[in-house]
Design a protein around this ligand. Structure first.
Ligand code: AQP
Length: 344
């Protein structure tokens, strides 16, 4: 059975990249798949342990899911720390995945920087928790932005090694599925749509990110119309006008990024956008982009604010989702315990 799993960290500053690269995809997939969407709060403490606003941030990501159109009754929306099996399976995966595999993770290298001795063990082991998030439901499809591809590939390797190491036990217990007879599926990263990597508004070579110290680098989902206008006005561009053809965007990362954002928000192709705005003043294009962004994001931001103002409703959604997720995760974890050989 195909099953979709994905998550977002409640680390504040939910931005246009998270929205276009992930949340919009989550909404689309619920039409055709059984989906589990998670606010990954255990991941949120890996880079920074003490976060006084964590509860509010968890509610904010949940509100973004709901405001964008995810249906928490038909699908499952919950926060990760409620379902203990994520951490339980992550421990088993800490013993499956190899140090060498994790040493190759580019996100760890970027986030740890030069100070490797002084980052948390959790930041290093993060990908194993992400593998557990996906595989504790035996999920098959993982919609993510480009930056998460390597982590989903690690989840595939971890699933394959577990299946291989325990092949005899899985067969003896009759727990294998499919032709290969493995217990875990090979989850597929789904990196689709026109905005799998939205870049910073201040530097077209860096991805738009929650943790960028400059608020001008990103459009937050809760930004008001004036703030969105100001951020696009100040967005870095080169001195040339927009080209009239797509190949003219090569080597112009900032212009390419703004056209990509316009394309993702409008559904128009970059060719059509450049036919309208190519050779003209950048300011005219930026104004059109602002109007479009305000039009598309305004209602989402307003609904998020309305939902966050009613924490009781959000908390009830998360509790209900957590209970339904637990039932599924418990069954998989019981099988994992039998396969590994723990008494239960
Ligand atoms: N710039 C982006 N463009 C497209 N997709 C993006 N995603 C993140 N940034 C972009 C996707 O959003 C989902 C949730 O991401 P996350 O909460 O796990 O955080 P992250 O991937 O580490 O990215 P952030 O939001 O920029 O946080 P920081 O600053 O902490 O690194 C994922 O599917 C991700 O691909």
């Amino acid at each position: 059975q195909p099953l979709v799993f994905s998550g977002i960290q409640p680390t504040g500053n939910l931005h246009l990249g998270n929205y276009l690269g992930a949340i919009v995809r989550f909404v689309a997939m619920q039409e055709t798949h059984d989906c589990i969407y998670c606010v990954v709060d255990l991941h949120a403490i890996t880079a920074q342990l003490v976060q006084p606003e964590l509860k509010t941030q968890i509610r904010e990501v949940t509100a973004a899911f709901l405001a964008a159109g995810i249906d928490p009754k038909k699908h499952i929306v919950f926060n990760q720390s409620r379902v203990v099996e994520h951490a339980e399976l992550a421990w088993v995966f800490n013993c499956v995945a190899r140090m060498g595999w994790l040493n190759r993770m580019t996100q760890f290298k970027d986030k740890a920087g030069k100070d490797r001795e002084n980052v948390s063990v959790g930041l290093f082991a993060y990908p194993n928790l992400m593998s557990a998030d996906i595989l504790v439901y035996r999920a098959t499809h993982v919609p993510v932005g480009e930056d998460q591809k390597q982590h989903v590939e690690l989840a595939r390797d971890t699933a394959a090694k577990f299946n291989n190491d325990f092949a005899e036990r899985i067969a003896a217990l009759g727990l294998g599925v499919g032709e290969a007879g493995g217990f875990f599926p090979q989850p597929e990263p789904l990196i689709q749509g026109p905005a799998t990597r939205v870049m910073s508004l201040r530097d077209g070579t860096k991805k738009m990110s929650k943790s960028d110290p400059s608020d001008y680098s990103r459009i937050n989902l809760t930004d008001d119309a004036d703030t969105i206008a100001q951020k696009f006005r100040k967005a870095k561009t080169d001195p040339e006008p927009l080209p009239t053809e797509v190949k003219g965007l090569e080597g112009r990362p900032e212009a390419d990024n703004l056209v990509g954002i316009y394309a993702a928000l409008s559904g128009a192709t970059p060719e059509a956008i450049l036919a309208d705005y190519g050779a003209g003043q950048f300011s005219r294009f930026k104004q059109a982009l602002t109007d479009l962004a305000v039009d598309k994001l305004g209602p989402v931001g307003a609904e998020m604010k309305r939902l966050v103002a009613d924490p009781a409703y959000i908390d009830a959604v998360l509790k209900d989702g957590g209970e339904r997720a637990s039932l599924r995760a418990r069954k998989v974890m019981d099988d994992v315990k039998d396969i590994v050989g723990f008494l239960r």
